[in-house]
Design a protein around this ligand. Structure first.
Ligand code: AMP
Length: 541
Protein backbone atom coordinates (compact mmCIF):
# COMPACT_ATOMS: atom_id res chain seq x y z
CA UNK A 1 0.00 0.00 0.00
CA UNK A 2 1.27 3.41 -0.93
CA UNK A 3 0.90 6.44 1.29
CA UNK A 4 -2.50 8.12 1.16
CA UNK A 5 -3.12 11.42 -0.62
CA UNK A 6 -5.28 12.18 2.42
CA UNK A 7 -2.15 13.35 4.24
CA UNK A 8 -1.56 16.02 1.58
CA UNK A 9 -5.20 17.12 1.51
CA UNK A 10 -5.33 17.28 5.33
CA UNK A 11 -2.15 19.38 5.44
CA UNK A 12 -3.56 21.79 2.85
CA UNK A 13 -6.83 22.05 4.76
CA UNK A 14 -4.89 22.60 7.97
CA UNK A 15 -2.75 25.28 6.33
CA UNK A 16 -5.84 27.02 4.96
CA UNK A 17 -7.46 26.98 8.39
CA UNK A 18 -4.61 28.74 10.20
CA UNK A 19 -3.38 32.25 9.60
CA UNK A 20 0.08 31.94 11.10
CA UNK A 21 2.95 31.13 8.77
CA UNK A 22 4.58 28.87 11.37
CA UNK A 23 1.43 26.84 11.83
CA UNK A 24 1.12 26.39 8.06
CA UNK A 25 4.74 25.22 7.90
CA UNK A 26 4.15 22.81 10.76
CA UNK A 27 1.13 21.23 9.06
CA UNK A 28 3.06 20.73 5.84
CA UNK A 29 6.16 19.43 7.62
CA UNK A 30 3.95 16.92 9.42
CA UNK A 31 2.68 15.57 6.11
CA UNK A 32 6.17 15.34 4.58
CA UNK A 33 8.07 13.86 7.53
CA UNK A 34 6.86 10.23 7.26
CA UNK A 35 7.45 10.07 3.46
CA UNK A 36 10.50 9.33 1.35
CA UNK A 37 11.60 8.87 -2.26
CA UNK A 38 9.09 9.43 -5.09
CA UNK A 39 6.15 9.72 -2.66
CA UNK A 40 7.89 12.50 -0.79
CA UNK A 41 8.82 14.25 -4.04
CA UNK A 42 5.24 14.06 -5.31
CA UNK A 43 3.79 15.24 -1.99
CA UNK A 44 6.11 18.26 -1.86
CA UNK A 45 5.10 19.27 -5.38
CA UNK A 46 1.41 18.77 -4.65
CA UNK A 47 1.68 20.89 -1.49
CA UNK A 48 3.16 23.64 -3.63
CA UNK A 49 0.15 23.42 -5.96
CA UNK A 50 1.29 21.46 -9.00
CA UNK A 51 2.19 17.87 -9.85
CA UNK A 52 5.05 19.26 -11.96
CA UNK A 53 8.52 20.45 -11.15
CA UNK A 54 9.14 24.08 -12.13
CA UNK A 55 11.72 23.01 -14.67
CA UNK A 56 9.11 21.02 -16.54
CA UNK A 57 7.17 24.21 -17.31
CA UNK A 58 4.07 22.09 -17.68
CA UNK A 59 0.46 22.67 -16.74
CA UNK A 60 -2.38 20.18 -16.47
CA UNK A 61 -4.35 22.45 -18.84
CA UNK A 62 -7.82 21.41 -17.90
CA UNK A 63 -10.63 23.87 -18.45
CA UNK A 64 -13.36 24.68 -15.98
CA UNK A 65 -15.95 23.00 -18.22
CA UNK A 66 -14.03 19.71 -18.28
CA UNK A 67 -13.78 19.58 -14.51
CA UNK A 68 -17.43 20.55 -14.13
CA UNK A 69 -18.51 17.87 -16.59
CA UNK A 70 -16.56 15.18 -14.71
CA UNK A 71 -18.01 16.44 -11.44
CA UNK A 72 -21.49 16.30 -12.90
CA UNK A 73 -21.03 12.64 -13.88
CA UNK A 74 -19.78 11.78 -10.39
CA UNK A 75 -22.20 13.83 -8.27
CA UNK A 76 -25.30 13.47 -10.42
CA UNK A 77 -25.82 17.25 -10.28
CA UNK A 78 -26.30 19.18 -13.51
CA UNK A 79 -23.73 21.68 -14.76
CA UNK A 80 -25.90 24.65 -13.81
CA UNK A 81 -26.11 23.60 -10.16
CA UNK A 82 -22.39 22.95 -10.05
CA UNK A 83 -21.71 26.37 -11.59
CA UNK A 84 -24.10 28.14 -9.24
CA UNK A 85 -22.59 26.41 -6.19
CA UNK A 86 -19.08 27.27 -7.29
CA UNK A 87 -20.06 30.93 -7.72
CA UNK A 88 -21.84 31.06 -4.36
CA UNK A 89 -18.90 29.51 -2.52
CA UNK A 90 -16.30 31.22 -4.67
CA UNK A 91 -14.40 28.00 -5.35
CA UNK A 92 -15.10 25.10 -7.70
CA UNK A 93 -13.08 22.58 -5.67
CA UNK A 94 -14.93 23.29 -2.48
CA UNK A 95 -18.28 23.17 -4.27
CA UNK A 96 -17.52 19.78 -5.81
CA UNK A 97 -16.35 18.43 -2.44
CA UNK A 98 -19.71 19.44 -0.96
CA UNK A 99 -21.77 18.01 -3.82
CA UNK A 100 -20.22 14.53 -3.66
CA UNK A 101 -22.70 11.88 -2.42
CA UNK A 102 -22.74 11.21 1.36
CA UNK A 103 -20.96 7.88 1.03
CA UNK A 104 -17.90 9.73 -0.31
CA UNK A 105 -16.98 10.69 3.28
CA UNK A 106 -16.35 7.05 4.10
CA UNK A 107 -14.04 6.39 1.18
CA UNK A 108 -10.54 5.17 1.88
CA UNK A 109 -9.36 7.62 -0.75
CA UNK A 110 -6.46 7.93 -3.16
CA UNK A 111 -2.75 7.28 -2.94
CA UNK A 112 -0.16 10.01 -3.48
CA UNK A 113 1.57 8.27 -6.35
CA UNK A 114 -1.61 7.55 -8.25
CA UNK A 115 -2.76 11.17 -7.90
CA UNK A 116 0.65 12.23 -9.15
CA UNK A 117 0.53 9.79 -12.05
CA UNK A 118 -3.04 10.68 -13.08
CA UNK A 119 -2.54 14.45 -12.86
CA UNK A 120 0.60 14.15 -14.94
CA UNK A 121 -1.25 12.02 -17.49
CA UNK A 122 -3.65 14.93 -17.97
CA UNK A 123 -1.17 17.13 -19.78
CA UNK A 124 -0.29 14.27 -22.15
CA UNK A 125 -3.93 13.91 -23.22
CA UNK A 126 -5.20 16.28 -25.88
CA UNK A 127 -8.91 15.59 -25.95
CA UNK A 128 -11.22 17.09 -23.34
CA UNK A 129 -13.16 13.81 -23.17
CA UNK A 130 -10.01 11.88 -22.25
CA UNK A 131 -9.11 14.44 -19.62
CA UNK A 132 -12.63 14.33 -18.22
CA UNK A 133 -12.38 10.54 -17.94
CA UNK A 134 -9.24 10.77 -15.81
CA UNK A 135 -10.76 13.39 -13.55
CA UNK A 136 -13.99 11.45 -13.24
CA UNK A 137 -12.11 8.35 -12.17
CA UNK A 138 -10.20 10.31 -9.50
CA UNK A 139 -13.32 12.03 -8.20
CA UNK A 140 -15.18 8.73 -7.93
CA UNK A 141 -12.63 7.44 -5.46
CA UNK A 142 -11.86 10.70 -3.65
CA UNK A 143 -13.15 11.77 -0.26
CA UNK A 144 -14.78 15.23 -0.26
CA UNK A 145 -11.63 16.89 1.08
CA UNK A 146 -9.45 15.10 -1.46
CA UNK A 147 -11.81 16.13 -4.25
CA UNK A 148 -11.61 19.72 -3.07
CA UNK A 149 -7.81 19.85 -3.28
CA UNK A 150 -7.60 17.80 -6.46
CA UNK A 151 -9.85 20.30 -8.21
CA UNK A 152 -8.01 23.26 -6.68
CA UNK A 153 -4.75 21.80 -8.01
CA UNK A 154 -6.34 21.42 -11.44
CA UNK A 155 -7.58 25.00 -11.39
CA UNK A 156 -4.06 26.15 -10.59
CA UNK A 157 -4.80 27.84 -7.28
CA UNK A 158 -4.71 26.17 -3.87
CA UNK A 159 -5.30 29.46 -2.06
CA UNK A 160 -4.22 28.17 1.32
CA UNK A 161 -1.89 31.11 1.93
CA UNK A 162 1.25 29.09 1.29
CA UNK A 163 3.79 29.36 -1.52
CA UNK A 164 6.97 27.59 -2.61
CA UNK A 165 8.87 29.33 0.17
CA UNK A 166 6.45 27.88 2.73
CA UNK A 167 7.00 24.37 1.36
CA UNK A 168 10.77 25.00 1.44
CA UNK A 169 10.49 25.87 5.11
CA UNK A 170 8.36 22.78 5.72
CA UNK A 171 11.07 20.62 4.13
CA UNK A 172 13.70 22.28 6.32
CA UNK A 173 11.57 21.67 9.41
CA UNK A 174 10.72 18.06 8.51
CA UNK A 175 14.27 16.92 7.83
CA UNK A 176 16.34 19.33 9.93
CA UNK A 177 18.06 20.91 6.93
CA UNK A 178 19.18 24.57 6.92
CA UNK A 179 16.57 26.75 5.21
CA UNK A 180 19.16 28.38 2.95
CA UNK A 181 20.36 24.97 1.75
CA UNK A 182 16.80 23.96 0.89
CA UNK A 183 16.16 27.25 -0.93
CA UNK A 184 19.42 26.96 -2.85
CA UNK A 185 18.70 23.36 -3.89
CA UNK A 186 15.20 24.27 -5.03
CA UNK A 187 16.47 27.25 -7.00
CA UNK A 188 19.26 25.23 -8.62
CA UNK A 189 17.19 22.13 -9.44
CA UNK A 190 13.90 23.84 -10.26
CA UNK A 191 12.15 21.03 -8.42
CA UNK A 192 10.71 21.26 -4.92
CA UNK A 193 10.10 17.49 -5.11
CA UNK A 194 13.68 16.47 -5.78
CA UNK A 195 14.72 18.97 -3.13
CA UNK A 196 12.51 17.30 -0.52
CA UNK A 197 13.73 13.80 -1.38
CA UNK A 198 17.39 14.85 -1.24
CA UNK A 199 16.87 16.78 2.01
CA UNK A 200 15.51 13.66 3.65
CA UNK A 201 18.71 11.80 2.63
CA UNK A 202 20.97 14.65 3.73
CA UNK A 203 22.21 15.06 0.16
CA UNK A 204 21.09 18.60 -0.69
CA UNK A 205 24.63 19.66 -1.53
CA UNK A 206 24.72 17.12 -4.35
CA UNK A 207 22.10 19.10 -6.28
CA UNK A 208 23.72 20.99 -9.12
CA UNK A 209 22.49 24.06 -10.93
CA UNK A 210 20.57 23.43 -14.15
CA UNK A 211 19.61 25.96 -16.79
CA UNK A 212 16.20 26.30 -18.45
CA UNK A 213 13.86 26.50 -15.55
CA UNK A 214 12.44 29.71 -14.12
CA UNK A 215 14.36 31.39 -11.31
CA UNK A 216 12.96 34.08 -9.02
CA UNK A 217 13.95 37.68 -9.75
CA UNK A 218 15.86 39.89 -7.37
CA UNK A 219 13.82 43.01 -6.68
CA UNK A 220 14.65 46.52 -5.55
CA UNK A 221 13.39 48.73 -2.75
CA UNK A 222 12.24 52.21 -3.73
CA UNK A 223 13.86 55.48 -2.75
CA UNK A 224 12.15 58.81 -3.29
CA UNK A 225 15.23 61.05 -3.51
CA UNK A 226 19.01 61.04 -3.59
CA UNK A 227 19.38 62.19 0.02
CA UNK A 228 18.01 58.87 1.25
CA UNK A 229 21.20 57.10 0.23
CA UNK A 230 23.58 60.00 0.92
CA UNK A 231 25.60 58.17 3.56
CA UNK A 232 26.14 54.95 1.61
CA UNK A 233 26.57 55.99 -2.01
CA UNK A 234 30.12 54.68 -2.24
CA UNK A 235 28.75 51.14 -1.72
CA UNK A 236 26.60 51.30 -4.84
CA UNK A 237 26.94 51.25 -8.61
CA UNK A 238 24.27 53.11 -10.61
CA UNK A 239 22.54 52.07 -13.82
CA UNK A 240 19.68 53.48 -15.84
CA UNK A 241 16.29 52.01 -15.04
CA UNK A 242 15.04 50.76 -18.40
CA UNK A 243 11.34 50.75 -19.10
CA UNK A 244 10.72 47.33 -20.54
CA UNK A 245 9.91 43.80 -19.50
CA UNK A 246 12.16 42.08 -17.02
CA UNK A 247 13.45 38.73 -18.21
CA UNK A 248 15.93 36.01 -17.44
CA UNK A 249 17.68 34.67 -20.53
CA UNK A 250 18.91 31.06 -20.36
CA UNK A 251 21.23 29.98 -23.14
CA UNK A 252 23.18 26.86 -24.01
CA UNK A 253 24.31 26.08 -27.55
CA UNK A 254 21.65 27.55 -29.80
CA UNK A 255 18.91 26.88 -27.25
CA UNK A 256 17.49 29.99 -25.59
CA UNK A 257 14.66 30.46 -23.10
CA UNK A 258 13.31 33.78 -21.85
CA UNK A 259 11.34 33.78 -18.59
CA UNK A 260 9.21 36.70 -17.47
CA UNK A 261 8.77 37.98 -13.95
CA UNK A 262 5.67 35.84 -13.66
CA UNK A 263 8.03 32.92 -14.43
CA UNK A 264 6.32 32.24 -17.76
CA UNK A 265 8.29 31.17 -20.80
CA UNK A 266 7.96 34.12 -23.21
CA UNK A 267 10.63 33.06 -25.72
CA UNK A 268 8.21 32.72 -28.63
CA UNK A 269 7.09 36.33 -28.21
CA UNK A 270 10.58 37.65 -28.87
CA UNK A 271 12.06 35.55 -31.67
CA UNK A 272 14.70 38.12 -32.63
CA UNK A 273 16.14 38.11 -29.09
CA UNK A 274 16.19 34.30 -29.03
CA UNK A 275 17.96 34.26 -32.38
CA UNK A 276 20.57 36.86 -31.41
CA UNK A 277 21.33 35.23 -28.06
CA UNK A 278 21.42 31.77 -29.63
CA UNK A 279 24.23 32.92 -31.91
CA UNK A 280 26.35 34.21 -29.02
CA UNK A 281 29.17 31.99 -27.77
CA UNK A 282 28.97 30.16 -24.46
CA UNK A 283 26.41 28.99 -21.94
CA UNK A 284 24.89 31.47 -19.50
CA UNK A 285 21.98 32.86 -17.53
CA UNK A 286 21.48 36.62 -17.77
CA UNK A 287 19.13 38.99 -15.99
CA UNK A 288 17.97 42.01 -17.93
CA UNK A 289 15.25 43.89 -19.69
CA UNK A 290 13.45 43.29 -22.97
CA UNK A 291 13.04 46.75 -24.50
CA UNK A 292 11.70 48.24 -27.70
CA UNK A 293 14.71 49.31 -29.75
CA UNK A 294 15.00 52.14 -32.23
CA UNK A 295 17.91 54.08 -33.73
CA UNK A 296 20.43 52.36 -31.48
CA UNK A 297 18.61 53.20 -28.29
CA UNK A 298 15.82 52.11 -25.99
CA UNK A 299 12.42 53.13 -27.29
CA UNK A 300 9.29 53.84 -25.22
CA UNK A 301 7.41 51.21 -23.29
CA UNK A 302 4.32 52.18 -25.25
CA UNK A 303 5.75 50.78 -28.41
CA UNK A 304 6.92 47.65 -26.64
CA UNK A 305 3.42 47.22 -25.31
CA UNK A 306 2.14 46.47 -28.79
CA UNK A 307 4.42 43.42 -28.81
CA UNK A 308 3.10 42.10 -25.52
CA UNK A 309 0.65 39.28 -25.32
CA UNK A 310 1.36 38.35 -28.96
CA UNK A 311 2.37 34.70 -28.71
CA UNK A 312 3.69 34.57 -32.26
CA UNK A 313 4.11 38.13 -33.53
CA UNK A 314 3.52 38.51 -37.28
CA UNK A 315 6.40 39.63 -39.51
CA UNK A 316 5.09 43.18 -39.99
CA UNK A 317 4.92 43.76 -36.25
CA UNK A 318 8.44 42.36 -35.82
CA UNK A 319 9.64 44.83 -38.43
CA UNK A 320 7.68 47.76 -37.04
CA UNK A 321 8.67 47.33 -33.39
CA UNK A 322 12.02 45.60 -33.03
CA UNK A 323 13.06 44.57 -29.54
CA UNK A 324 16.41 43.91 -27.88
CA UNK A 325 17.75 42.48 -24.65
CA UNK A 326 19.68 44.78 -22.34
CA UNK A 327 21.53 42.65 -19.78
CA UNK A 328 22.46 43.92 -16.32
CA UNK A 329 23.39 40.79 -14.43
CA UNK A 330 24.91 37.36 -14.96
CA UNK A 331 23.64 34.54 -12.75
CA UNK A 332 25.45 31.60 -14.30
CA UNK A 333 28.30 31.15 -16.70
CA UNK A 334 29.22 27.76 -18.15
CA UNK A 335 28.40 25.22 -15.44
CA UNK A 336 29.00 27.69 -12.62
CA UNK A 337 26.13 29.39 -10.78
CA UNK A 338 27.08 32.92 -9.70
CA UNK A 339 24.17 33.76 -7.38
CA UNK A 340 26.39 33.74 -4.30
CA UNK A 341 29.15 35.84 -5.88
CA UNK A 342 29.35 39.59 -5.31
CA UNK A 343 27.76 41.92 -7.87
CA UNK A 344 31.26 43.15 -8.92
CA UNK A 345 32.30 39.65 -9.86
CA UNK A 346 29.04 38.91 -11.68
CA UNK A 347 29.39 42.20 -13.55
CA UNK A 348 32.91 41.30 -14.69
CA UNK A 349 31.61 37.99 -16.03
CA UNK A 350 28.70 39.74 -17.73
CA UNK A 351 31.10 42.10 -19.50
CA UNK A 352 33.20 39.16 -20.64
CA UNK A 353 30.13 37.40 -22.09
CA UNK A 354 28.83 40.63 -23.66
CA UNK A 355 31.98 40.80 -25.77
CA UNK A 356 30.55 37.84 -27.70
CA UNK A 357 27.55 39.94 -28.81
CA UNK A 358 23.89 39.00 -29.10
CA UNK A 359 22.64 41.53 -26.53
CA UNK A 360 23.29 44.99 -25.15
CA UNK A 361 24.97 45.77 -21.88
CA UNK A 362 23.71 48.30 -19.33
CA UNK A 363 26.17 51.11 -18.64
CA UNK A 364 27.39 51.34 -15.04
CA UNK A 365 28.19 54.67 -13.43
CA UNK A 366 29.30 55.90 -10.02
CA UNK A 367 27.84 58.74 -8.01
CA UNK A 368 29.88 60.04 -5.06
CA UNK A 369 27.36 62.58 -3.80
CA UNK A 370 23.57 63.04 -3.87
CA UNK A 371 24.09 65.87 -6.36
CA UNK A 372 25.93 63.52 -8.70
CA UNK A 373 23.17 60.93 -8.32
CA UNK A 374 20.62 63.59 -9.24
CA UNK A 375 22.64 64.34 -12.37
CA UNK A 376 22.60 60.64 -13.25
CA UNK A 377 18.86 60.57 -12.67
CA UNK A 378 18.27 63.56 -14.97
CA UNK A 379 20.55 62.11 -17.64
CA UNK A 380 18.73 58.77 -17.46
CA UNK A 381 15.40 60.55 -17.93
CA UNK A 382 16.83 62.46 -20.87
CA UNK A 383 17.84 59.17 -22.46
CA UNK A 384 14.18 58.19 -22.20
CA UNK A 385 14.68 55.83 -19.27
CA UNK A 386 12.57 55.71 -16.12
CA UNK A 387 15.13 56.63 -13.51
CA UNK A 388 18.11 54.95 -11.90
CA UNK A 389 18.84 51.68 -10.17
CA UNK A 390 21.46 51.33 -7.47
CA UNK A 391 23.17 47.99 -6.89
CA UNK A 392 25.34 47.27 -3.88
CA UNK A 393 28.68 46.18 -5.22
CA UNK A 394 29.24 43.57 -2.52
CA UNK A 395 25.75 42.04 -2.75
CA UNK A 396 24.81 38.50 -3.76
CA UNK A 397 21.83 37.79 -6.03
CA UNK A 398 18.83 36.97 -3.88
CA UNK A 399 16.44 35.23 -6.28
CA UNK A 400 12.82 36.09 -5.63
CA UNK A 401 13.58 38.61 -2.88
CA UNK A 402 13.11 42.34 -2.52
CA UNK A 403 15.90 43.83 -0.48
CA UNK A 404 17.92 46.94 0.14
CA UNK A 405 20.92 45.73 -1.87
CA UNK A 406 19.09 47.01 -4.95
CA UNK A 407 17.32 50.37 -4.89
CA UNK A 408 15.17 51.96 -7.52
CA UNK A 409 14.52 55.64 -8.01
CA UNK A 410 11.85 56.76 -10.40
CA UNK A 411 9.45 59.66 -10.42
CA UNK A 412 5.74 59.12 -10.19
CA UNK A 413 4.21 60.78 -13.23
CA UNK A 414 1.54 62.75 -11.53
CA UNK A 415 -1.21 61.87 -9.14
CA UNK A 416 -4.94 61.74 -9.70
CA UNK A 417 -7.75 62.36 -7.28
CA UNK A 418 -10.25 59.55 -7.77
CA UNK A 419 -13.50 58.36 -6.23
CA UNK A 420 -13.93 54.87 -4.75
CA UNK A 421 -16.86 53.07 -6.42
CA UNK A 422 -16.46 49.50 -5.17
CA UNK A 423 -14.46 47.57 -2.60
CA UNK A 424 -13.45 43.97 -2.13
CA UNK A 425 -11.64 41.82 0.43
CA UNK A 426 -7.92 41.46 0.00
CA UNK A 427 -5.79 38.33 -0.13
CA UNK A 428 -3.07 36.88 2.05
CA UNK A 429 -2.26 39.13 4.99
CA UNK A 430 -5.27 41.25 4.16
CA UNK A 431 -7.81 38.47 3.75
CA UNK A 432 -10.96 39.48 5.56
CA UNK A 433 -10.24 43.22 5.22
CA UNK A 434 -11.91 45.40 2.63
CA UNK A 435 -8.59 46.47 1.16
CA UNK A 436 -9.02 46.39 -2.64
CA UNK A 437 -10.56 49.58 -3.98
CA UNK A 438 -11.96 50.13 -7.45
CA UNK A 439 -11.88 53.82 -8.29
CA UNK A 440 -13.19 56.20 -10.91
CA UNK A 441 -12.68 59.63 -12.44
CA UNK A 442 -15.42 62.03 -13.51
CA UNK A 443 -16.82 62.09 -17.02
CA UNK A 444 -19.42 64.85 -17.16
CA UNK A 445 -21.75 63.99 -14.32
CA UNK A 446 -20.97 60.28 -14.36
CA UNK A 447 -18.10 58.38 -12.80
CA UNK A 448 -16.07 56.00 -14.96
CA UNK A 449 -13.79 53.39 -13.45
CA UNK A 450 -10.10 53.63 -14.23
CA UNK A 451 -8.36 51.24 -11.87
CA UNK A 452 -8.00 49.23 -8.74
CA UNK A 453 -5.54 49.84 -5.93
CA UNK A 454 -4.39 47.49 -3.20
CA UNK A 455 -1.43 49.23 -1.66
CA UNK A 456 -0.56 52.40 0.12
CA UNK A 457 -2.71 52.44 3.25
CA UNK A 458 -1.77 51.05 6.65
CA UNK A 459 -3.78 48.17 8.14
CA UNK A 460 -5.22 50.62 10.65
CA UNK A 461 -6.41 52.95 7.88
CA UNK A 462 -7.86 50.03 5.94
CA UNK A 463 -9.80 48.89 8.99
CA UNK A 464 -11.26 52.35 9.50
CA UNK A 465 -12.14 52.66 5.84
CA UNK A 466 -13.66 49.14 5.96
CA UNK A 467 -16.15 50.23 8.61
CA UNK A 468 -17.04 53.25 6.54
CA UNK A 469 -17.40 51.24 3.31
CA UNK A 470 -19.64 48.69 5.04
CA UNK A 471 -21.96 51.54 6.01
CA UNK A 472 -22.14 52.99 2.52
CA UNK A 473 -22.49 49.69 0.62
CA UNK A 474 -25.26 50.06 -1.95
CA UNK A 475 -25.22 46.61 -3.56
CA UNK A 476 -23.30 43.35 -3.43
CA UNK A 477 -22.17 41.30 -6.41
CA UNK A 478 -20.53 38.17 -5.00
CA UNK A 479 -17.38 39.38 -3.27
CA UNK A 480 -17.70 42.94 -4.62
CA UNK A 481 -19.48 45.70 -2.73
CA UNK A 482 -20.60 48.71 -4.69
CA UNK A 483 -20.29 51.77 -2.44
CA UNK A 484 -21.77 55.23 -2.54
CA UNK A 485 -19.24 57.47 -4.32
CA UNK A 486 -18.13 59.51 -1.31
CA UNK A 487 -14.50 58.70 -0.68
CA UNK A 488 -11.78 60.54 -2.60
CA UNK A 489 -8.28 59.09 -2.83
CA UNK A 490 -5.11 60.50 -4.26
CA UNK A 491 -3.41 57.80 -6.32
CA UNK A 492 0.07 57.72 -7.82
CA UNK A 493 0.91 55.44 -10.73
CA UNK A 494 3.74 54.57 -13.04
CA UNK A 495 1.99 55.34 -16.27
CA UNK A 496 -1.35 55.51 -18.08
CA UNK A 497 -2.38 53.12 -20.83
CA UNK A 498 -5.36 52.90 -23.14
CA UNK A 499 -7.48 49.99 -21.99
CA UNK A 500 -10.80 48.39 -22.75
CA UNK A 501 -10.90 46.85 -19.29
CA UNK A 502 -12.25 49.98 -17.65
CA UNK A 503 -15.14 52.20 -18.66
CA UNK A 504 -12.90 55.26 -18.80
CA UNK A 505 -10.97 53.72 -21.71
CA UNK A 506 -7.73 54.08 -19.72
CA UNK A 507 -5.90 52.08 -17.10
CA UNK A 508 -3.28 53.15 -14.57
CA UNK A 509 -0.18 50.99 -14.34
CA UNK A 510 0.77 50.13 -10.73
CA UNK A 511 -1.61 52.50 -8.99
CA UNK A 512 -0.94 53.08 -5.30
CA UNK A 513 -2.82 55.13 -2.79
CA UNK A 514 -0.92 58.21 -1.65
CA UNK A 515 -3.54 59.37 0.84
CA UNK A 516 -7.21 59.68 1.56
CA UNK A 517 -8.39 63.13 0.54
CA UNK A 518 -10.81 63.84 3.36
CA UNK A 519 -10.62 67.47 2.24
CA UNK A 520 -12.08 66.78 -1.21
CA UNK A 521 -15.58 66.13 -2.45
CA UNK A 522 -16.25 63.63 -5.25
CA UNK A 523 -17.29 66.57 -7.42
CA UNK A 524 -13.71 67.85 -7.20
CA UNK A 525 -12.15 64.57 -8.33
CA UNK A 526 -10.12 64.53 -11.55
CA UNK A 527 -11.79 64.03 -14.90
CA UNK A 528 -11.27 61.70 -17.81
CA UNK A 529 -10.11 64.77 -19.78
CA UNK A 530 -7.29 65.25 -17.27
CA UNK A 531 -6.37 61.57 -17.70
CA UNK A 532 -6.26 62.03 -21.44
CA UNK A 533 -4.01 65.09 -21.06
CA UNK A 534 -1.52 63.11 -18.98
CA UNK A 535 -1.70 60.25 -21.48
CA UNK A 536 -0.99 62.64 -24.37
CA UNK A 537 1.93 64.07 -22.42
CA UNK A 538 3.42 60.59 -22.13
CA UNK A 539 2.99 59.93 -25.84
CA UNK A 540 4.83 63.17 -26.53
CA UNK A 541 1.78 64.41 -28.49
P1 AMP B 1 9.52 48.49 -10.60
O1 AMP B 1 8.93 47.58 -11.65
O2 AMP B 1 9.27 49.93 -10.86
O3 AMP B 1 9.19 48.03 -9.23
O4 AMP B 1 11.09 48.39 -10.72
C1 AMP B 1 11.78 47.19 -10.77
C2 AMP B 1 11.98 46.80 -12.18
O5 AMP B 1 12.83 47.70 -12.85
C3 AMP B 1 12.68 45.49 -12.38
O6 AMP B 1 11.84 44.39 -12.21
C4 AMP B 1 13.17 45.59 -13.80
O7 AMP B 1 12.18 45.14 -14.71
C5 AMP B 1 13.32 47.08 -14.02
N1 AMP B 1 14.68 47.51 -14.32
C6 AMP B 1 14.95 48.40 -15.28
N2 AMP B 1 16.27 48.64 -15.36
C7 AMP B 1 16.85 47.87 -14.43
C8 AMP B 1 18.22 47.68 -14.03
N3 AMP B 1 19.21 48.36 -14.59
N4 AMP B 1 18.44 46.81 -13.04
C9 AMP B 1 17.42 46.13 -12.45
N5 AMP B 1 16.14 46.27 -12.78
C10 AMP B 1 15.84 47.13 -13.76
Amino acid sequence: MGSPYRGVADALEGAAATRGKLAKIERMAGALAPLSGPELAAAARLLSGSPYAEWEQAVTSVGWATVARAASAVTGWDLETIGASARAIGDLGEAIGLLLPPEASGRSGLEILEVDDRLRALSARRKAAEKAEIIEDLLRRASPREAKYLVKTLSGGLRVGADLATVEEAIAAAFGSPREAVARARRDSGDIGETAAMAREGRLDEIRFRLFHPIGFMLASPIENAEEVAGELSLFAAEDKFDGIRAHAHKSGSRVALFSRTLDDVTAQFPEIALALGAAPGQFLLDGEIVAWKDDRVDSFFRLQRRLGRKAPPADLLAEIPVAFVAYDCLASGETPLFERAWTERRAELERIAAGGGFFLSAVRDAATPAELEDLFRAARERGNEGVMLKRKDSVYLAGKRGRAWRKWKKALATLDVVVTAVEQGNGKRAGMLSDYTFAVRDGDRLVNIGKAYTGLTDEEIRKMGTRFRKITTARYGPVRAVAPEVVLEVAFDTIQKSTRHKSGYALRFPRIVRIREDKLPAEADTVQRVEEIWRGIQGM
